[in-house]
Design a protein around this ligand. Sequence first.
Ligand code: B12
Length: 217
Amino acid sequence: MGKIYHNLKITEIIIPFAHSTLFFYFKMIEINPIIIPQKTTKLPIEIYPTVPTQFIINNYPKLLPTWKQVPKSVLIVLLYAKLSIENINQDTQAEKERLKQEFLQLGNDLKYILQKENYFIEIIDPQDGKPINSHNATMNFDLIAIVNQILGFNYYHTQQGCKVLNHPTQKTGIYPSILLSDTDPIKIDDSLKKSILLTSYISTRKVNNHEKVINCE
Ligand code: B12
C-alpha cells in the first residue's frame, strides 16, 4: 500500500481537493503537511507533525499534569470549516461542534495507529485547550499562539478578546487543535504515512519558502 502512495503523480492527488489555491499554497510553504479528507464533508484536514515551542517545554507540567517528561512532538491539526467561524451564531456553533467531533474521531484514529508502535499520544480538547483525559491542567494550550509560532500563520484579536487565525487560503474558516507525543515528529510522520488506516486517502507535499504565501494571497 505505501508503495502505491509514493508513486502517485501530483495531478492524481490534487484534483480530489479541487482547491487550485491549495496547490499554489503548498507550492509556496516550507512545511510538509499530511492532508486527508474529513469523514463527514471530505473537506481537507492538514496534519503538521512538528516540535514543541519553548513555551510548551517550559510549562508542560502545568499544561500536561500527568506527563513525567517533556513532549517531543506536537501534531497541529487544522480542519477546514464549511464557513467562517469568527462570529457567534447557531451556524458557527453547529459547525464548531461538527469539527470538534471530526477532530476527536481523527485523534482516536491517530492514537490507535501510533500506540501500535508504542508512541504515547495526548489528545487536546479544541474547545478549552486541555487534555481530554486529564482535567487538572492548571494552564490551557493557546492554540492560536501555537499555530502562529510554529506555522507562522497570522491572527487577529476579536472584540470579545479572543484571537482568530488567518489561514493562507481558508482565512477564518479553519478549526485548530493539537495532539502531543513522547516520540519525535519524524518517527510520527513516517508512521502516519506508512499506516494502512490513513494511506487510502493521504497525500503529502515537499515545498518551498513560507513568506511568499501571504504575498500571493
Ligand atoms: C478563552 C477563549 C475565548 C474567550 C476569550 C477570552 C480571552 N481572554 O482569551 C471568549 C469566550 C470571549 C472567546 C470568544 C470567541 N472565540 Co475563542 N477561544 C478561547 C480559547 C478556549 C482559549 C484562548 C486562550 O487560551 N487565550 C489565551 C489568553 C487567555 O491568555 P493570554 O494571557 O492572552 O496569553 C497566554 C497564553 O497565550 C499562554 N499560552 C498558552 N499556550 C501557549 C503556547 C504558546 C506557544 C505561547 C507563546 C503562549 C501560550 O501564555 C500567555 C501568557 O500566560 C480558544 C481555544 C484554545 N485553547 O486556544 C478559543 C478559540 C481561540 N476561539 C475561537 C473562536 C472562533 C471564538 C469566536 C471568535 C467565535 C466563536 N464562534 O466562538 C468568539 C469571539 C466572538 C467575537 N466576535 O469576539 C476559535 C478560533 C478558531 C480560529 N479559526 O482561529 C478557538 C481556537 C476555539 C476553536 N477551537 O475553534 N474565546
